[in-house]
Write a protein that binds this ligand. Structure first.
Ligand SMILES: [Zn+2]
Length: 139
């Protein structure tokens, strides 16, 4: 085994120690339908009745046209998001980025748009965390 091969092998061991590879989520609950066309919250709709928005959004004026979640915030999804945001476990960024892309494609495959704009993080939150999670996501 040559010197470069040995160095590469040791470098991989070190990188995997610092940024352990993560397995894909095993238990993911994707948001299904029906759900509110405004806030994305899933709710039961009686068969034969066409309801577009949930009771929380009816008659409420929002500053956005639409919101959605890719997944339920529980299980491994919840764990990875919380570890990433609050414990600086950046090895989740690739999986979280892939999840966002996949969810976004599923949700908006029939819509044309010009830009995707992340919600800015408040400066006090960024100061508390020491980083902006949206800048750390790997897509
Ligand atoms: Zn709603």
């Amino acid at each position: 085994m040559g010197l470069l091969s040995t160095l590469h092998k040791n470098l991989v061991i070190i990188v995997n120690f610092i940024f352990p590879p993560v397995a894909p989520w095993r238990e993911v609950r994707k948001m299904g339908t029906p759900r509110c066309h405004r806030c994305g919250y899933p709710f039961e709709v009686p068969v034969g009745i066409e309801i577009q928005v949930c009771v929380n959004c009816q008659g409420v004026s929002w500053y956005l046209d639409r919101a959605f979640s890719c997944y339920y915030f529980d299980g491994e999804v919840r764990t990875s998001i919380l570890e990433f945001k609050y414990h600086r476990k950046f090895y989740w960024r690739s999986l979280l980025g892939k999840g966002l892309i996949e969810g976004f494609r599923d949700e908006f495959s029939d819509i044309s748009f010009d830009a995707l704009v992340p919600v800015p993080l408040h400066s006090s939150k960024q100061r508390d965390r020491g980083f902006n999670p949206i800048h750390a996501i790997e897509v």
